[in-house]
Design a protein around this ligand. Structure first.
Ligand code: NDP
Length: 792
C-alpha cells in the first residue's frame, strides 16, 4: 500500500518490526539449538535434531536438539552437584544474580521480543509490551525474595534439584515464573521447554553464561514429551513444576505418586467472563478482546465463557460482533495487528473440530469476516451464541480464539453457571456496582478473579487454580513455598508401621464398656451401613469394646453431610473461633474420663496422658486463635490496581489421622482444618477410634454444626482408597505408610485433589514447632487473588 493510498483510505499501513538482529543471532548459532548442561552447550546423545517452525510463515526457524533420558541424566547430575554451593552462597549473592538476569533481559528486550514472536506467532505488540516486561519484573521481584529469604524464612531449606516443564503459549514468561523463585530459594534447575518453542530459553541460557552464573545452576534440556517424562521420573529430582494440559498434569501426578517429589501443576481452564446489566458495555467489549483474543486465545486463564445478564445480552452481542469486524489479523511482526498466528496446524485442526462440535450441539457460529494471510497458522476470532451450559463446547478448553456465550438472569444463577466447570483458574466480573462484584468474587471457585479487568498478571500476586486447573501458586510469597520446605521436615525419617498388639482372646471382656459406639455423620450418631463392627483393644491387648466398620456408603453419606454444612465455611472467623474455644471448654470438663481412656488405650501412665490431654487443649486453643488471624494480604502491582489475596477454605478435606499419635494426632489434624472453615471426613487411628467416637458428644454440645466433622471408623486402607477416589473431596491429608501415601497421590490424580501425605515418615506430634507451624495452616486454604482496578 502506498502512502498516498493510506492517506486516501485511512487504512492502517503495515508497521513491520525488523528481524535483522534476531536473524544474526540465529546465524551465530548456525540455526541450531543445543542443550545447556553444566554451563556447556551439548548436542543430544542421539545427535538428532528436529525442526522448529515459525507458525506465521511456516519457515524453519532453527533445528532443535532432541533430548533423551541420557541428556536429562547429565543435566540432573550437574544440577545436583551445583546445588549445595548455590545454596551456601547465601540469599544476598543469589539476589545479585537474579538482579543481573532482570537487567540483561531489559537490555536485550527487543531481541527477546522479536525472537518470541518469530518462534510462537504472537503479535510483537504483546511480546514487547506484555511478555518481556513481565519476565523482567519476575526476576526483580524474586531478586528481592532472594535478598530477604535468610531473614524472612530462616527455618526453611531449598528442596534440591527442581525439574520444570513448560508449554508453548508464553515460553519465556513461563520460564521466568518457574526459574526465578526456584533459584532465589537456593535450588538448582533443569528446565524442559515445549518442543515448539525453545528459542528464548536458549537465549536465556546464553545470558546465564554472560552473567557468570555458576555451572550447573540452570540447565536446559530441549526436546519433546519424552524428555519431560524422563525428568519427571528421575530419582534425584526433588520437585516437578509443570504448566500445560490437564491430561499431562494427571499423568505427572500419577507418575510422581509415592516418590516424595513435591509437585505444582498449572493446568487448563474455561474461565467465566461475567457481565452484569449495570456494566459499562464499551469497556466490556475491550475486555472481551483482551480476554479471548489476546495471544490468539491460547491462554490458560482466557475468559472463554461469556456469561451475560439476559437484559443486556442482545445489545452486548451486537457490540462484540461490531468490534470483531475491526480486529486486524496478520503478520505478528506487524505492530498494528490484534491477532497473530496460532502455534501450529495441529492446534488449528483441534480448534476447528471443537467449533464444528459446538455447531452440531446447536450453537450459532459467528466469525469475523476478516482477511487471513494465505500462509501460516491463522484462525479468525470466533463467537458461539445460544450455547447450552452442559454442552461440550461450554465445558472443554478450546485453547484458541473461540468465545462461547450464555445468559443468566440473577446473580445467583451467574455464580452457579460460572462454577459449573471442572476447571477453576480465573474469572472476571463486570459491573459498575463494586458491592455486587465483591459479593460475587468470593463465591467463584477460581484462583484469580478480576473485577472490570481481565488477564492481569504480576509477580507479587500468586497465580494458580482450583479444582482441575491444578494446585500450587506461582508468584507472591505463596509461590516461594513451592520451592522450600521446613527444616524439620527435611529431617523426618521413615518409621516402621506401628506393630499391632498381640490380641489375647478374652471374650468375657467384649463390650466391657457398656455403650454402643456409632459413626458420626452430619451431626448424628449412625450405625454403619455394613452392619459390621471391629474390636478395639486396650494396651495390654484385651478387647474392651467394638467400633463400627465403616464402608463406602458411610463415606458417601459423610461427604454429602459435609457438602450440606457449607454454612460453616461462610460463618465468620470470629464465630468459628468461639466454637473451637467452646469445644476446648467442654472437653476440659470431661478431662478425667478422656485421660483415663487415653491411658487405657495407649498403655501410658495417667500422668503422661494428662500431659497429652493438656497439649490437646493447647492445640485447640491455637487453632481457635488462628481462625480470625490467618488473614490475606493486599498487593500493589505496578498497574493502577489492588490485588486482594484472600485465604479461602478449600472445602471438604479427608483426613486419615496418624496411627502413632493417638487422640493428640486426631485433634492436631482436624482443628486447623475446621478453624479455617473446611468440613472434614476423618478416619481416626485404630487405637483412638473409641476416643474419637466419645469426642463427638463434645462436638455435639459445643455448637459445632452437624456435618462439619464426620467421623468414620473402620479399615483404614479400604476407607483411604474410597476417600481418595471421591470426586467431592477437595483435599486429602494422610498420615500412614509409604504405600498408603502413594495410593492417595495416585488416586487423587483423576479429581486433582490437593494431597498432603507423610510418605511413611513420622512427625513429632508433641513438638509444637512442627505441629502448630504455619504448614498446618497453609494446607487449609487456597489463595485467591481478586484484582480491583482504580482511577477516577
Ligand atoms: P502438554 O500438556 O502436552 O505439554 C506441556 C509440556 O509438557 C510440554 O513441554 C510437553 O512437551 C511436556 N510433556 C508432554 N507430555 C509429557 C509427559 N508425559 N511427561 C512430562 N512432560 C510432558 O500441552 P501441549 O503443549 O501439547 O498443548 C496441548 C493442550 O494443552 C493445548 O491445546 C491446551 O489445551 C493445553 N495447554 C494448556 C496450557 C496452560 O497453560 N494451561 C498451556 C499449553 C497447553 P512437548 O510439548 O515438547 O511435547
Amino acid at each position: 500500500m502506498s502512502i498516498k493510498e493510506i492517506f486516501s483510505t485511512m487504512e492502517y499501513g503495515p508497521a513491520l518490526e525488523s528481524t535483522k538482529v534476531c536473524q544474526q543471532w540465529l546465524e551465530s548459532l548456525n540455526q541450531k539449538f543445543d542443550h545447556f548442561i553444566d554451563g556447556q552447550w551439548q548436542t543430544s546423545s542421539n545427535k538428532q535434531y528436529f525442526n522448529s517452525v515459525n507458525p506465521a510463515s511456516m519457515e524453519v526457524l532453527a533445528q532443535v536438539a532432541d533430548g533423551q533420558s541420557h541428556d536429562v541424566n547429565l543435566a540432573v547430575e550437574a544440577a545436583s552437584k551445583a546445588q549445595k554451593a548455590w545454596h551456601e552462597i547465601g540469599g544476598h549473592q543469589r539476589a545479585k544474580y537474579l538482579y543481573a538476569f532482570a537487567r540483561q533481559i531489559q537490555k536485550h528486550s527487543r531481541l527477546f521480543a522479536v525472537l518470541e514472536t518469530l518462534d510462537n506467532g504472537k503479535p510483537i505488540r504483546e511480546s514487547r509490551d506484555v511478555d518481556i516486561p513481565l519476565v523482567a519484573r519476575h526476576f526483580y521481584y524474586h531478586a528481592g525474595w532472594a535478598q530477604l529469604v535468610d531473614s524472612e524464612l530462616p527455618n526453611y531449606q531449598p528442596l534440591g534439584v527442581v525439574g520444570q516443564i513448560i508449554p508453548w503459549n508464553f515460553p519465556l514468561l513461563m520460564l521466568a515464573w518457574k526459574v526465578a523463585p526456584a533459584l532465589a530459594m537456593g535450588n538448582t534447575v533443569v528446565l524442559k521447554p515445549a518442543e515448539a518453542t525453545s528459542a528464548t530459553a536458549v537465549l536465556f541460557a546464553q545470558i546465564c553464561q554472560e552473567i557468570g552464573l555458576p555451572k550447573g545452576v540452570f540447565n536446559l534440556v530441549l526436546g519433546d514429551g519424552k524428555a519431560g517424562q524422563a525428568l519427571v521420573e528421575h530419582d534425584k529430582v526433588a520437585k516437578i513444576a509443570f504448566t500445560g494440559s490437564t491430561k499431562v498434569g494427571q499423568v505427572i501426578r500419577q507418575a510422581t505418586a509415592g516418590s516424595g517429589k513435591k509437585l505444582s501443576l498449572e493446568l487448563g481452564g474455561k474461565s467465566a467472563f461475567m457481565v452484569f446489566e449495570d456494566a459499562d458495555l464499551d469497556s466490556v467489549v475491550e475486555g472481551v478482546v483482551d480476554a479471548i483474543w489476546f495471544n490468539q486465545g491460547q491462554v490458560c486463564c482466557a475468559g472463554s465463557r461469556l456469561l451475560v445478564q439476559e437484559s443486556i445480552s442482545e445489545k452486548l452481542i451486537v457490540k462484540i460482533k461490531e468490534r470483531m469486524a475491526k480486529l486486524v489479523i496478520g503478520n505478528p511482526l506487524d505492530k498494528s495487528v490484534d491477532m497473530g498466528a496460532l502455534i501450529n496446524p495441529q492446534q488449528i485442526s483441534q480448534i476447528k473440530k471443537m467449533v464444528e462440535l459446538g455447531v452440531s450441539e446447536g450453537a450459532q457460529l459467528h466469525q469475523a469476516d476478516c482477511k487471513l494471510p494465505d500462509n501460516g497458522c491463522y484462525y479468525p476470532p470466533t463467537l458461539l451464541t445460544d450455547v447450552e451450559p452442559a454442552s461440550i463446547i461450554a465445558q472443554q478448553e478450546v485453547f484458541g480464539p473461540v468465545l462461547v456465550a450464555m445468559t443468566f438472569r440473577t446473580p445467583a444463577e451467574a455464580v452457579q453457571l460460572a462454577n459449573n466447570s471442572r476447571y477453576g483458574l480465573a474469572a472476571s466480573i463486570w459491573s459498575e456496582n463494586v458491592n455486587l462484584a465483591l459479593d460475587i468474587a468470593p463465591k467463584i471457585k477460581a484462583g484469580v478473579v478480576q473485577i472490570n479487568c481481565t488477564n492481569m498478571f504480576d509477580a507479587a500476586a500468586g497465580f494458580g487454580g482450583y479444582k482441575e486447573s491444578g494446585f500450587g501458586r506461582e508468584g507472591g510469597k505463596e509461590g516461594l513455598y513451592e520451592y522450600i520446605q521446613e527444616g524439620w521436615q527435611a529431617k523426618l525419617a521413615v518409621k516402621d508401621a506401628v506393630k499391632k498388639k498381640v490380641k489375647k482372646s478374652q471374650p468375657e471382656d467384649v463390650n466391657s464398656i457398656d455403650r454402643t459406639a456409632k459413626l458420626y455423620i452430619g451431626g448424628k450418631q449412625v450405625r454403619p451401613d455394613s452392619g459390621y463392627s471391629l474390636p478395639v483393644y486396650d494396651a495390654s491387648g484385651c478387647q474392651i469394646a467394638e467400633v463400627p466398620d465403616g464402608s463406602r456408603k458411610d463415606i458417601r453419606n459423610a461427604v454429602e453431610a459435609a457438602n450440606k454444612a457449607k454454612g460453616w465455611t461462610d460463618t465468620s472467623a470470629h464465630n468459628r473461633a468461639q466454637v473451637l474455644y467452646f469445644i476446648a471448654e467442654n472437653l476440659t470438663a470431661r478431662s478425667e474420663e478422656f485421660i483415663k481412656r487415653m491411658s487405657q488405650l495407649s498403655g501410658q501412665s495417667i500422668a503422661q496422658s494428662q500431659k497429652e490431654f493438656d497439649l490437646v487443649i493447647h492445640r485447640i486453643f491455637t487453632s481457635a486463635a488462628w481462625a480470625d488471624k490467618y488473614d490475606g494480604q493486599i498487593h500493589s502491582p505496578p498497574q493502577r490496581v489492588v490485588s486482594l489475596a484472600m485465604k479461602e477454605a478449600i472445602g471438604n478435606i479427608a483426613i486419615v489421622a496418624p496411627e502413632e499419635a493417638g487422640f493428640l494426632g486426631f485433634i492436631s489434624t482436624i482443628m486447623p482444618a475446621i478453624a479455617m472453615g473446611n468440613r472434614v471426613v476423618v478416619v481416626p487411628s485404630e487405637q483412638t477410634a473409641l476416643i474419637a467416637l466419645d469426642f463427638y458428644q463434645v462436638l455435639a454440645t459445643s455448637d459445632l454444626p452437624g456435618g462439619v466433622v464426620n467421623i468414620i471408623t473402620g479399615d483404614r486402607n479400604a476407607l483411604t482408597e474410597t476417600l481418595a477416589k471421591h470426586y467431592d473431596i477437595e483435599a486429602f491429608w494422610y498420615w500412614g505408610t509409604s504405600h498408603g501415601s502413594k495410593l492417595v497421590e495416585f488416586e487423587a490424580a483423576a479429581s486433582m485433589k490437593r494431597t498432603w501425605v507423610n510418605h511413611g515418615k513420622q512427625y513429632d506430634w508433641f513438638d509444637n514447632a512442627q505441629i502448630e507451624s504455619d504448614l498446618f495452616y497453609r494446607k487449609t486454604v487456597e489463595i485467591k487473588n481478586i484484582w480491583v482496578p482504580y482511577g477516577a
